[in-house]
Write a protein that binds this ligand. Sequence first.
Ligand SMILES: CC(C)(COP(=O)(O)OP(=O)(O)OC[C@H]1O[C@@H](n2cnc3c(N)ncnc32)[C@H](O)[C@@H]1OP(=O)(O)O)[C@@H](O)C(=O)NCCC(=O)NCCS
Length: 191
Amino acid sequence: MEGRRRDRIPAGELRVEPFRENIDVRTFDCGDPDLNSFLTTNEVANYEREGLGKTRLVYWQPEGKLAAYFTVSSESLRLEYLRSVKSFSIPGQIRVESVPGIKIGRLATDREFQRRDIGTHILRYVAGLALQAPAAARILFLEAYPGSVSFYEKFDFEQVVHHRFKHRRTVLMYFDLRRLPEWPGSGRASP
Ligand SMILES: CC(C)(COP(=O)(O)OP(=O)(O)OC[C@H]1O[C@@H](n2cnc3c(N)ncnc32)[C@H](O)[C@@H]1OP(=O)(O)O)[C@@H](O)C(=O)NCCC(=O)NCCS
């Protein structure tokens, strides 16, 4: 991402609301047609209805503008995939096939608000959701667009390399929630 960094937005100026069908989201534009279309067509409502992903809208309170959205679901990742990442480990005597977590299915900031810390606040917020969830979540994971990989790497997300994913146009990345205290700015408030 090029360009001058505009004023950062503090977490306290953001409000997070669950997606509802009667909310007008048609003006949202993050610059990516697929992510725009997910929110501005029936797709988002279908995901909600079918229990496949919960979408939350993030507003910049001073002007009541829709600044970002994200979609999360409870999913797990096969341990076999995580084994490719040296930093991930669980004691050998524990036998599990997969590791529970929160999948960030979609995350997008409107162009007007990009590079102003909103994505950062959202990642912290999602980590908070994962830690407070009634079901265990050890990791956050997502399929990143190649152009967003370095954004997630700033937060120590790591690429999961496995031959099964060789031909995908996205990059599977994960973050071990045990490493949350090491996050930049950890301890700052989330929206
Ligand atoms: C990627 C995206 C979600 C980041 O959200 P954001 O609100 O702009 O992120 P932030 O302002 O919190 O950025 C945090 C840091 O990451 C950097 N960053 C943001 N997007 C980046 C990118 N695509 N590549 C590299 N670094 C990036 C910022 O410059 C900032 O760094 P700094 O603190 O050193 O200045 C947003 O740019 C976006 O919606 N892009 C289009 C859609 C998309 O690609 N979504 C991701 C799908 S996997």
